[in-house]
Design a binder for this molecule. Structure first.
Ligand code: ZN
Length: 600
């Protein structure tokens, strides 16, 4: 009897301790994850590379070990078990661009220029073969607001346009022509003037060193619907023996290119680029809710695991080639997702709502993974109570922590205040209202989901090879994760969801010297049948015009908008304070709205 009673008591005690189990995030586990993800073995985790895919498999392995449910019908991979592959959500990604077999540049049918040595197609060039005379178009700039049109009086239609790289003010970043350095804008100006192709003479005398002659993946994706190539300064002597570079420069500066006769040639330009698409992955694991009803609501916890590989686009290192370890950016956030997955899986009683853990790929290339996810979600988007993003949470100093997105739900400030009342979770907080920003929460906020974004700020190793694992402040990182798990438990145990609110916008980042501002968040992953809008900044011209996330802009004023290039160009032509008609596709409807851009 006694024995039995004792046993019962013991049993009760065990049950009780299990019933309220609360695991804490562990600094040593964080260090384990970060030191592997940021190791040389993963080669900087550039999306689409073996290193990034190894990282994805590692994360999938951890999800499997914790017993999370796989969310995706992943591909069968050679390495790793098939079960692990089911955590991988595949999305398309252009990893590389190469010259095809057909590239040729013929002069008068006899002489030819050698590709790579004397000329090179640009990465956003269309594949095509065109013939015609060459017409010199100065800098190839059309800037109505500056009263500058290099195409005026020049018979370029049906011919091949030849322009100088750069601008009349020598690429001065404070010069009024600065944004017209952009070769995309030059290509659009040439296309609109009826040119069959555009050739750009490099500024750099040594063609091998010319930036334009490097074939790199264009982050904007797609092509510009015109063959565009760069030619060396030396090749000019073969194209137009009667002209020198300095003569052309003088004519362009004096805007006297229309005095030149076309060079008859005939010239035949054939461009062929092969865009190499490779699979890339998000890793998605689901902890199903324990409450019969509330499990239909979802809390998303995410962080991107990809980084910059060995440099190249996005790198701030003086030269590329070295491994960019990305310990803070964003092995730290990824380790955070893994630790929170462990803590929340071990928590008793189990969470009522469903928690979806996501490690995103393609963030550094423009939020590609999160963008794909919100359009192919594991649980319906309207079930998502909130999304919490961690990007660079490993360099805490003096307890300084930035939390973004606090304007995206009415309750956020209160919840954060309660969470940080505990001395173990006290921080020097900077709270930002905006739900948009340069990381994956932006994709969710664009779908009107409340978001929070955790960040310990930038530092000297940001986007450089020196962002290494031993510089991470693991101890303080556990404090951040304690706060995040407090917030998640708060969201999970509440009767009601937090209330989505449209956040006040932080001052918009200045890009490319535009003088006008619309307040749209363009979708860079998408192209060629209009410009898809991921979101609209609060209180902006776009929101006043009635534009919404998911709208596709197809026309601004008289300009057709097929893709982000056209959009950028149209933006450059707009004047602040003037009203423009803007045509959009919303669902199956074509709507006409009116928008008035404001001064930057
Ligand atoms: Zn980054």
């Amino acid at each position: 009897m006694y024995t039995r009673r004792f046993l019962q008591l013991g049993l009760l005690f065990i049950v009780a301790s299990v019933a309220f189990a609360q695991t804490d995030p562990s600094a040593s586990r964080l260090q384990q994850h970060v030191s592997y993800l940021a190791s040389d073995a993963l080669d900087g985790r550039r999306t689409g590379t073996a290193g990034a895919n190894d990282a994805a498999r590692y994360i999938a392995g951890e999800f499997a070990r914790l017993g999370l449910k796989p969310a995706a019908a992943g591909p069968a991979t050679r390495r790793g078990s098939r079960i692990m592959a089911r955590y991988l959500q595949q999305f398309p990604y252009v990893a590389g661009i190469e010259l095809g077999q057909q590239n040729a540049f013929l002069i008068g049918g006899t002489q030819r220029l050698t590709v790579r040595e004397e000329w090179m197609p640009l990465s956003f060039s269309t594949n095509a073969s065109v013939s015609g005379s060459i017409v010199f178009v100065g800098f190839g700039i059309k800037a109505p607001e500056l009263n500058h049109d290099d195409y005026q009086g020049v018979p370029v239609s049906g011919n091949i346009a030849l322009a100088l790289a750069g601008t009349p003010d020598s690429d001065n970043p404070h010069g009024k022509f600065f944004r017209y350095v952009d070769v995309h804008l030059k290509a659009i100006a040439a296309r609109d003037a009826g040119a069959k192709a555009l050739l750009l003479i490099t500024n750099e005398p040594d063609f091998k060193k010319a930036l334009l002659a490097r074939l790199e993946v264009d982050l904007l994706g797609g092509d510009v619907r015109l063959p565009v190539a760069t030619v060396s300064q030396q090749a000019l002597a073969k194209l137009a023996p009667q002209l020198t570079l300095s003569e052309l420069q003088q004519l362009a500066s004096a805007k006297q290119q229309s005095t030149l006769k076309p060079v008859a040639g005939p010239f035949t330009l054939t461009t062929e680029l092969v865009r190499k698409e490779v699979p890339a992955y998000n890793v998605v694991g689901v902890l199903e809710g324990s409450d019969r009803l509330l499990k239909n609501e979802t809390i998303v916890i995410g962080a991107h695991y990809d980084h910059l590989g060995r440099g190249g686009s996005g790198s701030l290192a003086p030269r590329s080639g070295e491994i960019h370890h990305g310990a803070d950016d964003n092995a730290s956030g990824t380790a955070g997702v893994l630790e929170l997955a462990r803590v929340l899986t071990e928590q008793r009683p189990r969470p009522k709502r469903t928690i979806v853990f996501i490690a995103f790929g393609g963030e550094e290339e423009g939020l590609l993974g999160s963008n794909y996810y919100v359009n192919h979600p594991a649980t319906p988007l309207n079930s998502v109570v909130a999304m919490i993003n961690m990007d660079m949470i490993g360099r805490m100093k003096d307890r300084k922590l930035v939390i973004g997105g606090v304007g995206t739900a009415k309750e956020w400030r209160d919840i954060i205040a309660q969470g940080t009342a505990d001395p173990a979770r006290k921080f020097e907080l900077t709270l930002n209202e905006d739900g948009f920003g340069p990381s994956d929460h932006s994709s969710f906020y664009g779908k009107e989901i409340p978001v929070l974004f955790f960040w310990t700020g930038t530092h000297n190793d940001y986007h450089k090879p020196t962002d290494t694992w031993e510089k991470i402040n693991y101890q303080d990182q556990t404090r951040i994760l304690n706060l995040v798990s407090y917030i998640v438990r708060h969201l999970d145990s509440a009767d009601k969801r937090v209330t989505y609110t449209k956040a006040k916008t932080d001052p918009a980042p200045r890009t490319g010297g535009f003088r006008v501002y619309l307040g749209t968040i363009p979708n860079y992953a998408d192209s060629n049948d209009g410009l898809l809008i991921d979101g609209v900044r609060d209180d902006s011209p776009a929101s006043k015009a009635g534009l919404k996330a998911g709208d596709r802009i197809v026309k601004i004023g008289t300009r057709e908008v097929k893709n982000v290039y056209d959009y950028t160009y149209a933006l450059g032509e707009m004047k602040a304070g003037e009203e423009y008609v803007i045509e959009i596709i919303r669902g199956t409807d074509r709507l006409t709205l009116k928008i008035t851009p404001i001064q930057r």
